[in-house]
Ligand binder design. Structure first.
Ligand SMILES: [Zn+2]
Length: 158
């Protein structure tokens, strides 16, 4: 394979539905590329930039931490005040020897959302860093080689 052939194949996008090959081209924010044969979505570009997505995920992380720091229920009856936070509820389940339920509540309300938010934060922080360091390209990424040709703030796979 010649170097020119390799460059040509890196700019081609195959339709997932009918295998038609299309030449990749940069899109405007919010624009979608569709297959000319079957109309399936090939790739799209988000309306939000890397900076906006990073700010959105950072805000979501902050709200998540604040939501878990304060009680979800706060009762006051005849001067006696009692509050329950999510972590406090999980600890109460553990004290009642309901370990499986406590694990399930912890995983679905704390662990999975936190992992999701941290993963998105790491992804967009990496994209932002690659904007700051133009020598880094997604085509060099060992995990996702060639998944996002050109600017990393460009189109993302559907
Ligand atoms: Zn197609």
């Amino acid at each position: 394979m010649r170097a020119n052939d390799k460059d040509m194949s890196e700019n081609l996008v195959a339709c997932a539905e009918c295998d038609a090959l299309h030449r990749w081209r940069p899109l405007a924010p919010g624009e979608r590329a569709r297959c000319i044969r079957c109309g399936a979505l090939l790739y799209r570009r988000s309306r939000l930039s890397c900076d906006q997505m990073l700010a959105l995920v950072s805000g979501a992380l902050l709200v998540f931490l604040l939501a878990n720091a304060f009680p979800i229920v706060d009762l006051e009856v005849q001067g006696i005040r009692n509050g329950a936070s999510l972590i406090g509820s999980i600890l109460a389940l553990i004290e009642q020897d309901r370990l499986l339920v406590a694990l399930l509540v912890f995983a679905t309300t704390v662990l999975f959302p936190l992992v999701d938010l941290l993963t998105m934060f790491a992804l967009f922080a990496t994209l932002k860093c690659s904007c700051w360091a133009p020598w880094w390209r997604w085509s060099n990424c060992p995990i996702w080689p060639g998944s996002c040709p050109g600017c990393p703030c460009g189109p993302l796979a559907p």
